[in-house]
Design a protein. Sequence first.
Length: 521
Amino acid sequence: MQQHTLPSVHASRTLGLLLALAPICGEVSAQTPLRTIPIASGLSRPVDIQTPRGDRHRLFIVEQTGTIRVVKNGVLLVAPFLNLTSSIACCGERGLLGLAFHPKFASNGYLFVNYTASGSGATMIDRYTVSATNPDVADPSSRKPVLGPITQPFSNHNGGCLRFGPDGYLYIGTGDGGSAGDPNCNAQRGDVLLGKMLRIDVDTVAPYAVPSTNPFVGNSAVLDEIWAVGLRNPWRFSFDRETGDLYIGDVGQNALEELDFQPATSRGGENYGWKIMEGTNCYSTSACPTGTPACNDPRLIKPIHQYGRTEGASITGGYVYRGCAIPDLKGTYFFADYVRGRIWSFRYNGTTMSEFKERTSELSWSGPISAFGEDDCGELYVCNYSTSGSVHKIVASAPAPAVDLGYGKVGGNGLVPEFSACGLLGSGSSAQLRLFDAPPQALVLLWVGNASNPTPLFGGTVVPVPVLGEALLVADSEGRVVFTIPGGGGPQSLFAQYLILDPGATSGIGISNALRVDLAQ
């Protein structure tokens, strides 16, 4: 995604507010009060929430019972995006467990699912392709097996999470095979894929290739797909979309739940300790192969956070918040406990944790939490797991920072360029303005006016007087233009609108909707 610096074309009329590229949001000590709002209900055991890159209109919710549902423009569609109920074994810890959209989903239509197969209960990773005629439906006949079957000796500890990393490779978390105490020490064995983090390349050859940079390539004792070892049941993990750091929620045995961390600079090969250790406690080396490290061996990576049975019983890993709607929480990691339905957050800089806080009461949360999710803007969602489950969005208790004035949703060639803003214009923070669905590589003329005279920007006439700035920008290959307006000083509100110069349109132009972005109070 391209980000742009706006030249001060009309510097004499800036009213002290320079249009320039700036950090999206600053970190401040005060924390905005939060709440949740319902997004979808009547779901059958929701366990994952995903959104394709660049898709502002839809959320995709994975139901453990075998279907993927779509929330489009705030409405839960009746028809499922994909129905795999006849292919999966469910439920308990089995079922349709994970979804990942290819980073280039907008152009190739590929999505990947993780499920336990009907009959055998083995883990399968398959690829499907979106329908050529309906973007809200995947083609059920397009199935391409990618990885598997991975034999599961017991019905529990199937992992199920899969995510594309910032390197473009597909990461897959696998459980240790189940039962209790990892009786075969699978998590420490190099000849099985269980109890691991895997990394594969799904673009080079079919069904996949092993990246040459995987840490155990060339080691005959360890399978090439393995990226890290020593995990018990990494039910949910995620990458920080800004830093590339990896956070892994690994479900504990009888005493400790743990949160593991891998910096973006890692070359893989970490050993997170199970079953030698459960969190920071020694556990067992029974049935482990020769050469397995001893308890507290310095080669074992200890968790950055753990908690015991007085606090919860099954960790659900979450996400680092990178949205704009709650500026002071940028960089804050959210996670939960499935059994107790408790939610916490903290910041982590790679060495030190700070601002640890429980959010359960603040969010008025009740019920088991099976997953978090994030939309294309980085805003966070939570799954309430039950046979009649629901999905909720975490939002600020304060009013929304941007008001859509709804003018001129018109575009050339049937396109509808849409202009959005998130973030509050205030000291130490900024608002991010984004245009979506612009014609690829179209020139974009931006006008930003102040609240004292917004009329020329609306009401059918586009005349940039007075303006705070204007610039010709170029949309990226996905039809997006992103820039920021730094806050602090200036008018109480800004009004902005795009004019798309589209030679393919009948009139040669398309006009976006207009937005008002309010100064933080």
